[in-house]
Structures are given as C-alpha cells and as structure tokens.
Write a protein of this length. Structure first.
Length: 129
C-alpha cells in the first residue's frame, strides 16, 4: 500500500509579501530575526484591523519560533490565521514562508502567535465589532 504525502502548506491567508534585502542582514549574513518579526507583526496587524473594523495594537507575542535562516533575495510571504476573538482581543497565528531563486520551493522559516487589542481613536481598548 502506497502512501501519498503532500508537502506542508501555509496556514491562513497570504497577507504580506516582500523581498529580503541586503540591508536586513545580521552579522552572519542571513536576514535578521527582528526584521522577520516586524514583517509578521505588520501582516497580523492587517488581519486584526480588518477583523476589528478599525485600529488595533499588538499587546503580546506569545511564541516565536525560527526554523531556518532566511537568505538575502528570498521572497518572504507572511500568512495569517485568526485563532480566537475575545471581547477586545484577537489572537492570530503568523507564518513566514520563503521561496528562493535557486529552487523556488516554498519553505516555512518562522511561526508565531500574536495578540492584538482593538483600540479607539484615543488609544483606549474597545470591543471588537
């Protein structure tokens, strides 16, 4: 009996895509982890604001796992999926997948869990619509 295995796929919606540039490298020549966190925060922020129908702010990053280094020139794709919606908070899973020119195979490089809270125009917590 043969087993068909499908390659892993990103979870969630493609929310942000960019290219890893030389200005974003660490001392080892790979893309700096803080840059990846920033891209994930932007992507998850897009999803949270869309769901909350207004401003949101990051209040926590519950977990962050860096699985592989990201080489310069990689196409960086951020995928986001809402995990939970509370009265004023939204929990979102974020993943970063890359494609490199050399093989063009998608590879998961980072995953994390972000918490956002809906805020009003004065920065005070409000209910998620």
């Amino acid at each position: 009996m043969s087993t068909i295995t499908t390659p892993p796929q990103p979870r969630g919606e493609l929310t942000l895509q960019t290219i890893a540039m030389p200005r974003d490298v660490n001392a080892n020549g790979d893309i700096f982890g803080g840059w990846l966190v920033s891209q994930m925060d932007i992507a998850c922020g897009i999803i949270s604001s869309r769901r909350a129908k207004g401003r949101t702010a990051t209040v926590a990053i519950n977990s962050m796992t860096f699985l592989r280094p990201v080489p310069v020139g990689s196409i960086v794709s951020c995928y986001c999926k809402i995990l939970e919606v509370g009265r004023s908070s939204i929990k979102i899973a974020g993943e970063v997948w890359i494609n490199q020119e050399t093989n063009n195979e998608p590879t998961k490089v980072t995953e994390g869990e972000f918490i956002f809270v809906a805020i009003d125009s004065e920065g005070k917590t409000r209910s998620v619509d």
